[in-house]
Write a protein of this length. Structure first.
Length: 284
């Protein structure tokens, strides 16, 4: 397979900037660990140059209106100005030396706690179940100009493309997993990278080509790496997220990673797990 097939869909809050948000690359490759980029030996990352979508690729990724609830969906939205304003002090820190340490201090400050409450109030307004107790929102600061950003902390290495496993549901039951909202609190663009095939269909493709009777009991990230080995030319999609933009995505169902490639200031994100959906969206 070397062309996108229908699967994960994308909804954007604004038709004005939607055409410039998405790009694809030509496939995947094993990452080469370096001192600056300590990838795990088995890590897989996107390969080749990023390019704009063709018309057929855009149609493949564009979500119908309204989106089918069974369709894995990534939504792109702008965070309200009043919520972003509560993080103004944090964003001013990002051009200063040792800004990653200062971000951690901000999170524990009175201003930081007030900002978190403002964001949680907004998140509750886009929750499909406002009565459900919310998880604690988390701010993460990562170095600039990283091809991928997620680290396996116990192993002290970068994961590459992976599948989250917060709820530990079986791979064929990930439709029931919660999603998450991730906000770009930085002052430069960042990216969401993803495979547009949901994990249950990834399993089907792998089982057709590899004898793995216990596949559904295998970790999702390991299944993803088997898929990439079988289909190294299948494109990866990336979504550009400017400052103040956010995505809502089922990251326990969709293989993904973050990226700060091309940036010169720390990559700072705000993340909250739950069951979210934006109120007003339009197709890309």
């Amino acid at each position: 397979m070397n062309k996108l097939i229908p699967g994960v869909r994308v909804l954007c809050h604004s038709a004005d900037d939607a055409p410039s948000l998405l790009q694809v690359c030509e496939g995947t490759q094993h990452a080469v660990p370096t001192t600056d980029l300590p990838y795990l030996p088995e890590a897989v990352i996107p390969r080749g140059q990023w390019r704009d979508l063709t018309q057929s690729e855009r149609a493949c990724l564009s979500a119908p209106m309204p989106a089918d609830r069974q369709t894995p969906l990534i939504e792109i939205l702008q965070i309200p100005p009043l919520v972003l304003e509560s993080y103004a002090e944090l964003r001013q820190l990002l051009s200063a030396p040792n800004s990653q340490d200062r971000v951690r201090s901000f999170c524990h400050s009175t201003t930081g706690k007030s900002a978190a409450q403002s964001f949680c109030t907004f998140a509750n307004s886009i929750s499909s179940d406002p009565s459900q107790p919310q998880q604690k929102c988390i701010i993460v600061a990562k170095p600039a100009d990283m091809p991928t950003t997620t680290e396996d902390v116990p192993r002290k290495g970068l994961n590459g493309l992976h599948l989250d496993n917060w709820t530990r549901l079986p791979l064929d039951g990930r439709k029931d997993a919660e999603n998450r909202i991730v906000v770009n609190l930085g002052i430069q663009d960042r990216f969401l990278l993803f495979l547009n095939i949901p994990i249950e269909e990834v399993c089907e493709h792998v089982m057709k080509h590899a004898r793995k009777p216990d596949l559904l009991r295998t970790r999702g990230t390991e299944v993803a790496r088997i898929f990439f080995a079988l289909f190294p030319d299948y494109p990866i999609v990336r979504i550009r997220l400017g400052p103040g933009k956010a995505y809502i995505a089922p990251t326990e169902r969709v293989i993904h990673d973050g990226s700060s490639e091309g940036s010169s200031t720390p990559d700072v994100t705000l993340m909250l797990r739950g069951n979210f959906t934006a109120r007003t969206c339009c197709a890309i």
